[in-house]
Design a protein around this ligand. Structure first.
Ligand code: G4P
Ligand code: NA
Ligand code: NA
Length: 193
């Protein structure tokens, strides 16, 4: 997605050979017009597969997921990372280990909002080692829902997540795929289209 790549080049900051900071439009300040375009792109790519729900993970997945849900006309559910005062229903939960942060979190959704007859699109902001996505897949397997695919805003293709999820048989659509980060520069994987 060209507009997203240009935004990354203009406003992203390469913090190291493995970390890209995009606080200016995705992880802290949010660019609503860009999010609307991102939502439309996900909606276009998953237009014909009968999505009934979108599942993401708080916090940074919510903005792109909501914009996709607006166009696909589906509800958006975000898994929570910490116990909530009001999340007192029966839960589906999974453990997510972050290699980046060296911590394991439990993520949960209420059993009220996604069911066996749902066809679910997973959306997240970053794909690195894939642990967050595998946690969401774990939850959807507990539900017994159909998983239509995974939409990612920025995939770091030099880390293993994308390969692992595709090898597990899932469709992954990433709007920007980074081949490598080095010396302050971002290099994208060239896509044919
Ligand atoms: P994984 O799920 O792919 O295995 O990712 P990992 O544990 O490595 O990532 C942990 C957190 O760090 C996630 O955010 C993820 O989106 C974010 N992250 C990973 N690599 C990068 C990067 O290069 N740049 C940025 N900006 N973020 C990265 P989170 O803790 O869930 O935070 P949030 O959703 O509340 O923002
Ligand atoms: Na995230
Ligand atoms: Na994040």
């Amino acid at each position: 997605m060209e507009r997203l790549k240009q935004k990354i080049l203009a406003e992203g900051k390469v913090l190291s050979d493995s970390v890209l900071k995009v606080d200016a439009f995705l992880n802290h300040q949010i660019d609503p017009a860009l999010m609307a375009d991102i939502g439309k792109e996900f909606a276009d790519r998953f237009a014909d597969v009968g999505i009934t729900k979108i599942l993401t993970l708080e916090s940074s997945g919510i903005a792109p997921a909501v914009m996709a849900g607006l166009i696909l006309k589906t509800p958006v559910i975000f898994a929570r990372k910490r116990k909530s005062l009001t999340l007192t229903d029966h839960l589906y939960s999974a453990k997510v280990h972050s290699f980046t942060k060296q911590e394991t979190n439990e993520i949960s959704i209420s059993q009220s909002f996604i069911h066996q007859d749902d066809t679910v699109l997973i959306i997240d902001d970053f794909l690195a080692n894939g642990q967050a996505v595998f946690g969401l897949i774990d939850i959807l397997k507990q539900v017994g829902a159909n998983i239509a695919g995974i939409g990612i805003v920025i995939e770091k293709s030099f880390q293993d997540g994308g390969k692992m999820i595709r090898n597990a048989g899932y469709r992954v659509e990433s709007l920007a795929r980074i081949a490598h980060l080095s010396e302050g520069n971002v290099t994208f994987i060239e896509e044919e289209n």
